[in-house]
Design a protein around this ligand. Structure first.
Ligand SMILES: Nc1ncnc2c1ncn2[C@@H]1O[C@H](COP(=O)(O)OP(=O)(O)OP(=O)(O)O)[C@@H](O)[C@H]1O
Ligand SMILES: [Mg+2]
Length: 332
């Protein structure tokens, strides 16, 4: 599918930048319910004419780090080019260039989180498969392997021993990350098997959702000492069964102001921040999702609707950008 980036009707609207129709469907419904004019830029491939100006409007970047797994190898790079173009023309963008940079590199996320005193799991990066064993020996076991450019739990596996890791590295199950960078990360053992994802829209706290990880990371006790039983554990809310997700009624956390400051400083308006709590009660933030999805069944039980809040937020930004333009051009 090719997207024409230039509109001739000059009606300002919200533009959603993405490459996965299924994840945009709930947002489309909310735009329609709230009568917000919108278009989509499906950026898998196409033409970007830098001589032209982008249309008027508000741009919401939902590009996914896992786009290459849907045969959209250059979607993130294409989005980077489009975001640079939008920036040059002074357009309002939600989740801009810096957000994309963080989206496609967990290393960039961790370094930026650390600036705000937000603790991340101890991590070593290995560039190319041959260097993973050495990095693992430095970090120690148990450890997690994951892709620097992740999403959907790409390459997320738990290893308890050097032998299990060596076997995996020599097997066809090893997945080469698209950017060549594998992260070797300390396994944070949670006393209860869940992680928490904290959702922000327009920089404001929306809600926190608890994700049950017992299916993903609980090792069969019988196998516990010889675990090659590495398990994948992606937590895409749009695709997971409902019981796995539960919105926390009353959520508060000392890190909320720091997460907010981090998001604001990194051009991230909308995101889900994932953290895990270890046995000593320490919180480790390990993933920032800038193309966040919400779990429909958990939302139905709770009553709050994330995509409704996003549509409302984008609608307000659109109204504001129209006002500003009217003031500039004197058409009011
Ligand atoms: N260091 C860790 N210790 C314990 N569990 C972890 C750790 N890192 C990841 N996990 C588990 O693996 C899941 C996926 O990891 P992560 O979010 O980093 O990958 P991802 O590719 O960004 O996945 P997604 O797009 O589904 O969020 C986490 O939600 C968590 O359950
Ligand atoms: Mg995650």
């Amino acid at each position: 599918m090719r997207t024409n980036l230039i509109h001739t009707d000059d009606v300002s609207r919200v533009y959603v930048i993405h490459e996965n129709d299924a994840w945009v469907e709930p947002l489309r419904r909310e735009f329609e319910a709230q009568s917000i004019p919108y278009s989509e830029w499906f950026l898998d491939e196409g033409v970007l004419d830098l001589r032209a100006s982008p249309p008027q409007g508000v741009f919401y970047n939902r590009m996914s780090a896992s786009s290459h797994t849907r045969d959209h190898r250059y979607a993130a790079e294409y989005t980077g080019a489009v975001l640079a173009w939008l920036k040059r023309h002074g357009r309002t963008v939600v989740n801009g260039e810096r957000a994309l940079q963080l989206k496609i590199s967990k290393i960039a996320q961790y370094e930026a989180l650390t600036v705000f005193d937000i603790e991340t799991p101890p991590t070593i990066a290995a560039i190319r498969r041959d260097n993973i064993a050495e990095a693992a020996a430095r970090l120690g076991f148990p450890l997690i392997l994951k892709h620097n450019r992740g999403g959907k739990g790409l390459g997320v596996r738990l290893f308890l021993s050097p032998a299990a890791l060596a076997e995996h590295l020599g097997s066809p199950q090893f997945e080469e990350p698209i950017d060549g960078i594998t992260l070797i990360q300390r396994y944070i053992k949670a006393p209860e098997p869940f992680i928490t994802r904290v959702e922000f829209v327009g920089g404001r706290f929306l809600y926190a959702v608890r994700v049950d990880t017992s299916q993903g990371f609980e090792l069969c006790p019988a196998d516990a000492c010889q675990v090659d039983a590495a398990v994948s554990a992606g937590v895409c809310p749009a695709e997971a069964p409902s019981e796995k997700f539960r919105i926390v009624r009353q959520f508060d956390h000392a890190l909320i102001p720091r997460w907010q400051a981090f998001l604001a400083a990194n051009d991230i308006g909308i995101a889900g921040v994932e953290f895990i709590v270890d046995e000593r009660g320490r919180s480790f933030t390990y993933d920032i999702n800038t193309n966040t999805n919400y779990n429909p069944d958990a939302e139905a039980k709770d009553g709050r609707r994330g995509m409704g809040v996003i549509a409302d937020y984008l609608g307000r930004l659109l109204a504001r950008s129209r006002e500003q333009r009217a003031l500039r051009t004197g058409t009011r």
